[in-house]
Design a protein around this ligand. Structure first.
Ligand code: HEC
Length: 119
């Protein structure tokens, strides 16, 4: 179970290193959909607090008027998550090169389990 995630994170990290120039979203390895451990979700939460909460709100709670309400993000759309976080969308900045290798996988574990409530 844990290997699923670790292997995906390792792949993601490797690819991020290899693609320091012109990475296309199609070339990114897909995110794992879990199952995730509590530890993985906790890593995602810590990353979320550092880089996402200022806009998306503490515990993903915001008014949902101008900033996307992440509690409603479709859990079956990992590719969309990866693409939007990597390349940005609308008023959201791109995080390409700004996150540690594997960080988007941890963020996906946090967001797709609704902050660890649905594991
Ligand atoms: C500067 C403010 C800001 C920060 C920081 C930010 N976001 Fe966003 N995010 C937004 C806004 C605004 C939108 C709505 C974009 C739109 O649809 O026009 C959004 C949308 C999204 C979406 C939905 C995209 C889609 O496909 O519809 C996801 C997923 C998301 N953010 C994840 C994250 C994650 C994960 C982080 C931290 C790594 C993060 N955001 C950091 C402002 C931010």
């Amino acid at each position: 179970m844990q290997c699923l995630l670790l292997c995906a994170a390792a792949l993601l990290g490797g690819a991020a290193h290899a693609q320091t120039t012109a990475a296309s979203p199609e070339a990114l390895p897909p995110l794992s959909n879990g199952p995730f451990t509590a530890e993985t979700v906790a890593k995602g939460k810590a990353q979320y607090l550092r880089t996402c909460s200022q806009c998306h709100g503490f515990n993903m709670v915001n008014s949902g008027t101008t900033v996307y309400d992440l509690r409603k993000f479709p859990v079956d759309q990992a590719d969309r998550f990866l693409n939007s976080v990597t390349n940005g969308k609308g008023n959201m900045p791109s995080f390409k090169g700004a996150l540690e290798p594997g960080a988007i996988q941890f963020l996906w574990a946090y967001v797709s389990t609704r902050g660890g409530k649905e594991m």
